[in-house]
Design a protein around this ligand. Sequence first.
Ligand SMILES: *[C@@H]1O[C@H](CO)[C@@H](O)[C@H](O)[C@H]1NC(C)=O
Ligand SMILES: *[C@@H]1O[C@H](CO)[C@@H](O)[C@H](O)[C@H]1NC(C)=O
Ligand SMILES: *[C@@H]1O[C@H](CO)[C@@H](O)[C@H](O)[C@H]1NC(C)=O
Ligand SMILES: *[C@@H]1O[C@H](CO)[C@@H](O)[C@H](O)[C@H]1NC(C)=O
Ligand SMILES: *[C@@H]1O[C@H](CO)[C@@H](O)[C@H](O)[C@H]1NC(C)=O
Ligand SMILES: *[C@@H]1O[C@H](CO)[C@@H](O)[C@H](O)[C@H]1NC(C)=O
Ligand SMILES: *[C@@H]1O[C@H](CO)[C@@H](O)[C@H](O)[C@H]1NC(C)=O
Ligand SMILES: *[C@@H]1O[C@H](CO)[C@@H](O)[C@H](O)[C@H]1NC(C)=O
Ligand SMILES: *[C@@H]1O[C@H](CO)[C@@H](O)[C@H](O)[C@H]1NC(C)=O
Length: 367
Amino acid sequence: MAFWLLADLLILLASAAESVAGRPAAGCQTRCGDVSIPYPFGIGPNCSRGKGFEIACNPRNGNGHLVPTLANSSIHLQNLSVAPIPLAKVMLPVAYKCYDSSDNVTHWFNGTVDLNNNSVYRISDRFNKFVVLGCNTMAYTTNGNSGGKGRYAGLFYTGCVSYCNDSRSAQDGWCAGVGCCHVDISPGLTDNVVSFGPWTCGFQVDFSPCDYSFLVDKKEYEFRSADLKMDLNRTMPVWLDWAIRDSVTCPPPEVQEKKSAGYACVSDNSECVNSTNGPGYYCKCKQGYEGNPYDKDQGCKDINECDVSNKKKYPCYGVCNNIPGNYECHCRVGYQRSGEGPKKQECSSKFPLPARLALGTYAPQNF
Ligand SMILES: *[C@@H]1O[C@H](CO)[C@@H](O)[C@H](O)[C@H]1NC(C)=O
Ligand SMILES: *[C@@H]1O[C@H](CO)[C@@H](O)[C@H](O)[C@H]1NC(C)=O
Ligand SMILES: *[C@@H]1O[C@H](CO)[C@@H](O)[C@H](O)[C@H]1NC(C)=O
Ligand SMILES: *[C@@H]1O[C@H](CO)[C@@H](O)[C@H](O)[C@H]1NC(C)=O
Ligand SMILES: *[C@@H]1O[C@H](CO)[C@@H](O)[C@H](O)[C@H]1NC(C)=O
Ligand SMILES: *[C@@H]1O[C@H](CO)[C@@H](O)[C@H](O)[C@H]1NC(C)=O
Ligand SMILES: *[C@@H]1O[C@H](CO)[C@@H](O)[C@H](O)[C@H]1NC(C)=O
Ligand SMILES: *[C@@H]1O[C@H](CO)[C@@H](O)[C@H](O)[C@H]1NC(C)=O
Ligand SMILES: *[C@@H]1O[C@H](CO)[C@@H](O)[C@H](O)[C@H]1NC(C)=O
């Protein structure tokens, strides 16, 4: 653990020098194709927070459609969000190992990509699962490419076993150890790299010529027995948690108040939240505010809870009054709060119905 803290401190010192002043330079591109690229991410020099937050935007081969990738890699970025929780959705390659009938390996790829050179990302444990396909296989995922060296090597192993008795054993929709197995993952996974167990596979190459393994959005993969012969160039959608990893937790209040030393939560009305996946922190707008907490100028703005479009989320059975960070709700004249109050339920009349009819004050309350 001590090694780990030291390593992160070195990163802190290295990147403090890099960070820019809490916002992108003027004229930075904020979209690539149909994906918006909010700060601290950015496209081009001086547009992002620095290393690890750079996004490249290039036309896909052939057509002019612009596609964002993580800088200097071929990892396709599908979605990027800064608030309320920091997430990125990317396409990562499937790892595979294929055999011939004499059990010799014909194709082998362990899935490794330059996902995390700057340690910004972790594989989201909440939104992904680890899947193994094959008919006599064990595979596990682990931290650290480059032969298991790397800063986080040895801190993570998880995997599962899949077996089929014969060609008809695997069933569509079933991923419970027959042709397909899956496991949840824990926080802390840094890489997309797989090791396959050394089991004999030559005997079933006619119906299962390869073992496959991948991380994938829990909601986006259902096993098909035809996938036991899937293309070797498949990629799968994976959610990444990202964080500001310059410090191990939120910086102390002095640093936060001065918004100094590269502290990322630069918007007024923003606050710091400790990362739940890897060291570091992220920023969010205080309750009652919304926007980009990493942006000094276009940051967290007061939510107008009284706006018609917000009625469902912030109900008011009475007179609504927006105040900074919150809203007030009073009963109309002639009505009084009942039960849990006018934010939760309709007010009741101060007068019985016959009296209201006589006084001419009868009207539906919620017009
Ligand atoms: C980036 O910022 C640095 C320092 O502010 C400046 O010297 C440099 O010219 C900028 N580069 C571009 C491409 O704007
Ligand atoms: C990407 O490559 C360019 C030069 O090709 C380099 O200036 C830049 O620092 C690299 N970015 C990252 C995140 O490694
Ligand atoms: C990551 O680091 C390796 C080795 O330092 C380098 O070869 C590679 O280009 C880097 N990848 C990215 C995306 O910066
Ligand atoms: C990105 O994700 C958000 C929320 O998860 C969603 O509302 C939005 O439509 C997505 N954008 C794209 C381009 O998929
Ligand atoms: C499989 O490997 C063995 C030993 O390396 C070799 O002798 C044999 O010719 C290979 N078989 C095929 C079909 O390539
Ligand atoms: C994955 O494969 C690459 C390239 O073949 C290799 O350099 C690396 O050591 C492998 N990583 C692991 C964890 O096996
Ligand atoms: C296992 O496979 C063998 C050979 O195909 C077959 O005879 C047997 O019935 C299978 N057993 C089960 C339980 O499916
Ligand atoms: C993957 O490979 C198949 C053929 O093996 C090809 O038809 C397909 O277009 C390829 N897909 C991509 C995304 O390269
Ligand atoms: C972050 O974690 C540190 C260390 O566990 C703790 O002292 C601090 O109060 C936490 N900060 C927040 C905002 O939760």
